[in-house]
Ligand binder design. Structure first.
Ligand SMILES: Nc1ncnc2c1ncn2[C@@H]1O[C@H](COP(=O)(O)OP(=O)(O)O)[C@@H](O)[C@H]1O
Ligand SMILES: [Mg+2]
Length: 273
């Protein structure tokens, strides 16, 4: 059972502005080891900014931010952030595989150069991870020869190849054709079941509901409310959350029939929530 006893991520009163424009206005967020936490909310509410703070890509002006025991708000300079980036995997909407490298090489280059894995071990790990995301048959292919969903699964395997303690997913299915969304969500769902700590920004509400230990609803740079998936989706306390979910899901208080593409391959665990 995932717990919040040993938070892997803790944000306390995080404030961030771009110039004079405040974007995060006092974010509190906690992710326990082994938890899956989803951040949902309207476009522009600050979700991606929160994830970028977690990797140290953006610096909050105020507040505390701890990731896996590292006080990120106290790090200064690129070199100081490097160990953090190795511990935190990040998968974006735009799969950014190296186009000139084969799928296999995409998965071995950083583990060899950064983690110092011997070539043979890096290759064995890569093949095992490709099998995990059901892409082993494309090990020799180049990214340009793959569909968007396939590239995204390789991107997830590449993040895993760095043996991160935490993976961040920022709208990883938003650019995909609908028929490819399910195959990527299935891979993420399996990772969360295996106990990988994940923070997801997603518009796939049913998926977020099915896999999340905690869900945070953001708007205008604040956390409007958070709670278990059951609480947040079925008994939202705030009018703003209700309005957002009503818009995102359809009828208020009615559970829409889940999308078939999410249902197709998910295990009963996901559907029982
Ligand atoms: N580098 C930047 N410079 C200036 N404004 C930015 C930058 N990145 C994001 N913003 C602004 O910050 C707000 C939050 O953005 P973002 O975190 O990307 O929202 P979300 O992911 O919820 O859609 C938006 O108004 C966006 O325009
Ligand atoms: Mg975003």
């Amino acid at each position: 059972m995932p717990s919040t006893d040993t938070p892997l991520v803790r944000l306390r009163d995080v404030h961030l502005a771009f110039g004079a424009t405040p974007v995060l206005k006092g974010i509190d967020l906690t992710v326990g080891k082994g938890q899956a936490v989803s951040i949902i909310g309207p476009s522009g509410s600050g979700k991606s900014t929160i994830l970028r703070c977690l990797t140290g890509l953006l610096k909050p002006q105020r507040g505390e931010l701890t990731v896996a025991g590292t006080a990120v708000h106290q790090l200064h300079g690129e070199a100081a952030h490097r160990p953090l980036r190795q511990r935190v995997g990040f998968v974006f909407q735009q799969y950014n595989l190296f186009p000139h490298l084969s799928v296999l090489d995409n998965l071995t280059v950083a583990p060899r150069k950064v983690l110092g894995l011997p070539a043979r071990e890096a290759r064995e790990q890569a093949l095992a991870l490709l099998a995990k995301v059901r892409m082993q048959h494309k090990a020799a292919a180049f990214p340009g020869e793959l569909s968007g969903g396939q590239q995204q699964r390789v991107a997830i395997a590449r993040a895993l190849a760095m043996r991160p303690e935490l993976i961040l997913f920022d709208e990883v299915t938003s650019a995909l054709d609908p028929e490819m969304v399910g195959e990527v969500l299935n891979v993420i769902g399996e990772l969360t079941e295996e106990g990988m700590t994940c923070v997801l920004v997603t518009h796939e509400m049913r998926f977020a509901e099915g896999i999340s230990d905690q869900v945070y609803f953001t708007e205008h740079g604040v956390i409007v409310e958070h709670g278990s998936a059951e609480q947040l989706f079925n008994h939202p306390g705030e009018a703003r959350t209700q309005a957002f979910l009503q818009h995102a899901l359809g009828q208020p208080g009615r559970r829409r029939i889940p999308d078939t593409y999410v249902l197709r391959n998910l295990s009963p665990y996901h559907l029982s929530v």
